[in-house]
Every structure is written in structure tokens, then in C-alpha cells.
Ligand binder design. Structure first.
Ligand SMILES: Cc1cc2nc3c(=O)[nH]c(=O)nc-3n(C[C@H](O)[C@H](O)[C@H](O)COP(=O)(O)OP(=O)(O)OC[C@H]3O[C@@H](n4cnc5c(N)ncnc54)[C@H](O)[C@@H]3O)c2cc1C
Length: 459
């Protein structure tokens, strides 16, 4: 069935990139007919049953990663106020322009942030020095922290305002194909619906990697292989990283490993947080978040340690590689993420329920006790172990026996389309933004790219 209206712009994906693009398109030209189509649910109806059911039940559409407000809906709401990390928008646009757009995202979010005053954490010279002295590089940037709850309200206010301003929004509209017509484009959805639009913005995030792949293949858009990051989510007592989290809130640290000289990074830190499982098309991976409210804080902190791999010719399926490792973890973990004590990993033995029940760090995710060394390739595991010992020098206790490792966590940026021009246009009238473009890896740059592309389209 086809919606009879023809839209000026159809946005595929309702994450921060798509929402910010819609906001700016309406701001630039209020009469623009815009529709956002989202494969997931409305924000207020997104609910993950994992907590109630003690584990992921493999919903058809994962409420954690899909739905309005996108993958960041239940995130900790950390907005990076600069270009030092969270993507390469600075390289694409130049730091000045990218920072100007990041600043605009910040202002828009401030307008909708009605449930609390976010805290801004400044970079810290003493901690930077301490890291350098231990062969670690602390990435340096001011970060605004909204917290999960404030982030949720902010995004809900933005979505409601867009709706009031005439932006149409569809839920459970999973776009599977785009066709070129004489007067624009036709978008085909898995529910049998069709939409016609003059122009399209692809804002499908990381979860839409297959869609972007198919689009590039169908429209002959060249692609470049991007790197992937594979590793674990690490959980320990909160107090171990208190010096860092009190001063800069979120330590992001790079380490060049001794054995392989590979780049490993510690990031996505959650103070007083919870480890979570997310379902990426049937593959269950680890992640983490934390709430701003004191009563929802745990005694633990968690963060990711990921080893970066950039494949060279002839191999060009990095996403499939990462997925097959995560699938292996799910196989051993009986359709779940595996959890292992660091002490057990080092001693070459699995963690079992008994050892886990004696652990001083109480796991915040119900994962399957097991052995991640049966899953992660030698090189990646070596990188992770070396990074844990390196981090232990600046935050003693990180390498404690009772530290928990959840496997796997992976971030794939997969393909990176070759753009037609600096407007991030793929083919005439089709633009790509956010994480799905292979350029962004965070909320602020994804939002900034959305506004930037909207400005380009309004020229
Ligand atoms: C648990 C978690 C915590 C995070 N915490 C932070 C943080 O604190 N700070 C930070 O900066 N970043 C964080 N991130 C990363 C951040 O969420 C992303 O970088 C950001 O959401 C990317 O925005 P986006 O709009 O490009 O894509 P997304 O937010 O992924 O949105 C894309 C949307 O498109 C939809 N979609 C995909 N394919 C289709 C299709 N074919 N048809 C229709 N719809 C489709 C998806 O359902 C999704 O809702 C976190 C991510 C996760 C998963």
C-alpha cells in the first residue's frame, strides 16, 4: 500500500541524526513535507523485557537499539563537546565547522532538556600526565552528562515538538529497498507500505549497516572498508575509577599493546552503571549504561575495552567477522553473553556459577558464566589482557581477580560509502548521516551531521 502524499524529504531512521535533520529542515523551511520512518517503536513504548525475564528474549525489533531516539535512547547521555572522539566529522568538515555544528546540537538539546541541569566535565591535566607516564593516552575533551533519564526526556520533548510542527513519524516501518522513479524515489517497507519522496536522508545508524550495504550495491556507490573494534565489557567496583570519574566523568584511554603494537581503547565508561545485553539482529552483545538518579546507581562501574582491527586485501567483510565472533560467544553462552572473572581467565579456567556466586563484584547483568578465551582470537585476547594490566597502573584494582569481563562487545563501523560531494550525498537527492555513514560514533557528531546535511539540502 502506498501513502498517497509525496514528501519533500523522507528520513529513514529516527535516531538523533534523523531527528536533528528534521528539526533543521523545518527550521530552514517550515513548509517542507517531512516523514521519518523508523523500524522500531515510539520512544515511550520502547521497553526491553530482558530485566523481567532474566536475559534477552530475542525480540524481533530490539527496543534497546531501535525505535525513536535511536541507539542512544537509553544511553548515559554523554555529549562530547568537540571532535577529539566520537567520529571523524572534524576531518571531513574541518574542526571549526564541525565544532560549530556540535555546538548547535548542544543548544537544541538544552532547549529540550527540561528535567535537570546537565553537568559539564572539563579535561584534566594531572590525569593526562599520569596516563602519559604509564604509556596511556587520555583523550581530552569537555563532556556534558545528561544521564539516562534526562536524555530520555530531552529526546521525548524534541520528538513531540517535531510532531507538533508537522513532521510525520511512522513506527515499525523497516525500509528494505529504495527505487529511483522519474520524479524522485520510492521507498519500500517490509510491512508492504511504499513512500514517495523527492529526497531521502539515510539515518539508519549502526543497526542499518545491511540497508546501507544494499543501497550502495543497488545504486553503484563505491565503498571503503572501515575498521572494527572487538572486545569485552569490563565491570568492577566503582571506587576503583573514582579519581577519574569524579574529575572528568568519563575516562577514554588509548593504549598501544606491547606484543602486537595494536591500538586498544577503554571507552563508554559508566559510573555506578549497569551492564546490559543488546540484540543486534539475533546476536546478543554486551554494552553498558547508567542512570543519573542516585537511587538507581550501583556499586559498580563498567566500560568497554576494545581492540581495533583494520583488515587489508583481499578480506573485506569486517562486520561479518565481528558478528561471527559474537555468535560464537552466544553459542557457548546458550544464546547469551558470557561472563568471566579476570582471575579465572588468567588461570586458564572457566568461571562457573559457584565461583561467580563467591565474587566480590556482583554482576549487574545475568550473563552465562563461561570462558571468553574460547571465543576471542589470541591476538584480541592478548591485547585486552595487556590493556587491563596497563590500566591497573593508573587505577589500581582494575586487574583484580574479581573484575568481570563480559564477551563480546563489538563496534563495527563497517562500510564507509564514497560520497558524491561534501554534502554527504550518495546519489542525486540521497544523503547519509550519523553512525550509518561510517563517520560518526556518538550522539553529538551524529546530530551535528544531521543539521549540517539539512543545511546543505536547504541551500
Ligand atoms: C547502549 C549505548 C550507549 C551509548 N551511549 C552513548 C553516549 O553516552 N554518548 C554518545 O555520544 N554516544 C553513545 N552511544 C552511541 C550513540 O547512541 C550513537 O552514536 C548514536 O545514536 C547514532 O545516532 P544515529 O542517528 O546515527 O543512529 P541511531 O541512533 O542508531 O538511529 C538509527 C535508527 O534507524 C533505525 N533504522 C535502522 N535501519 C532502518 C531501516 N532500514 N528502516 C527504518 N529504520 C531503520 C534504527 O532502528 C534506529 O532507531 C551509545 C550507544 C549505545 C548502543
Amino acid at each position: 500500500m502506498s501513502l498517497s502524499v509525496k514528501y519533500n524529504v523522507a528520513i529513514i531512521g529516527g535516531g538523533i541524526g534523523g531527528l536533528m535533520a528534521a528539526y533543521r529542515l523545518k527550521q530552514n523551511k517550515p513548509d517542507t513535507k517531512i516523514i521519518i520512518t523508523e523500524r522500531g517503536n515510539a520512544l515511550e513504548k520502547r521497553s526491553c523485557p530482558a530485566g523481567k525475564n532474566n536475559g534477552c528474549i530475542h525480540c524481533k525489533t530490539c527496543s534497546i537499539t531501535s525505535g525513536y531516539a535511536g541507539a542512544g535512547a537509553f544511553s548515559d547521555g554523554k555529549f562530547n563537546l568537540g571532535t577529539a572522539y566520537g567520529g571523524t566529522l572534524g576531518e571531513e568538515l574541518g574542526d571549526d565547522v564541525a565544532n560549530q555544528y556540535i555546538d548547535e546540537v548542544d543548544k537544541i538539546l538544552n532547549k529540550y532538556c527540561t528535567s535537570g541541569i546537565p553537568v559539564v566535565y572539563k579535561s584534566n591535566e594531572d590525569l593526562k600526565l599520569k596516563c602519559i607516564q604509564n604509556n596511556l593516552r587520555l583523550l581530552d575533551m569537555n563532556v556534558k552528562h545528561l544521564g539516562t533519564d534526562n536524555n530520555y526526556i530531552t529526546m521525548l520533548n524534541l520528538i513531540n515538538d517535531l510532531a507538533e510542527n508537522g513532521v510525520e513519524m511512522k513506527t515499525f516501518y523497516d525500509c528494505e529497498k529504495v527505487l529511483k522513479t522519474d520524479s524522485g524515489y520510492e521507498l519500500l517497507y517490509t510491512n508492504g507500505e511504499k513512500i514517495c519522496a523527492d529526497k531521502i536522508i539515510i539515518a539508519t545508524g549502526r543497526g542499518g549497516a545491511n540497508f546501507v550495504n544494499d543501497f550502495c550495491r543497488d545504486f553503484d556507490v563505491k565503498t571503503r572498508s572501515n575498521h572494527i573494534d572487538i572486545g569485552v565489557r569490563v565491570e568492577m567496583k566503582d571506587v576503583i575509577w573514582k579519581e577519574f570519574s569524579d574529575k572528568i566523568y568519563e575516562p577514554k584511554i588509548l593504549y598501544k599493546t606491547k606484543t602486537f603494537e595494536d591500538r586498544c581503547r577503554m571507552f563508554c565508561f559508566n559510573k555506578g552503571g549497569l551492564v546490559s545485553a543488546e540484540n543486534n539482529h539475533g546476536i546478543i552483545t554486551a554494552n553498558g549504561h547508567s542512570y543519573a538518579e542516585a537511587e538507581k546507581k550501583t556499586d559498580n562501574c563498567n566500560f568497554a575495552i576494545l581492540s581495533s582491527i583494520r583488515f587489508t586485501e583481499p578480506f573485506n567483510q569486517p562486520t561479518e567477522y565481528a558478528e561471527s565472533i559474537s555468535r560464537l560467544a552466544n553459542m557457548i553462552g546458550k544464546d547469551n553473553v558470557i561472563v568471566q572473572r579476570f582471575g579465572d581467565l588468567i588461570r586458564g579456567r572457566r568461571t562457573n556459577d559457584h565461583r561467580l556466586s563467591q565474587n566480590t563484584v556482583i554482576p549487574t547483568l545475568k550473563a552465562t558464566a563461561g570462558d571468553i578465551s574460547l571465543v576471542l582470537p589470541h591476538r584480541i585476547l592478548t591485547n585486552i589482557i595487556e590493556t587491563i594490566y596497563a590500566l591497573d597502573k593508573v587505577a589500581p584494582g582494575t586487574a583484580n581477580d574479581d573484575t568481570l569481563l563480559y564477551g563480546c562487545e563489538s563496534k563495527y563501523y563497517s562500510i564507509r560509502p564514497v560520497f558524491k560531494n561534501n554534502d554527504f550525498e550518495l546519489v542525486d537527492g540521497v544523503y547519509i548521516i550519523g553512525d550509518g555513514s561510517g563517520i560518526c560514533r556518538g550522539l553529538s557528531q551524529s546530530g551535528a551531521m544531521g543539521i549540517y546535511v539539512a543545511d546543505c539540502m536547504s541551500k
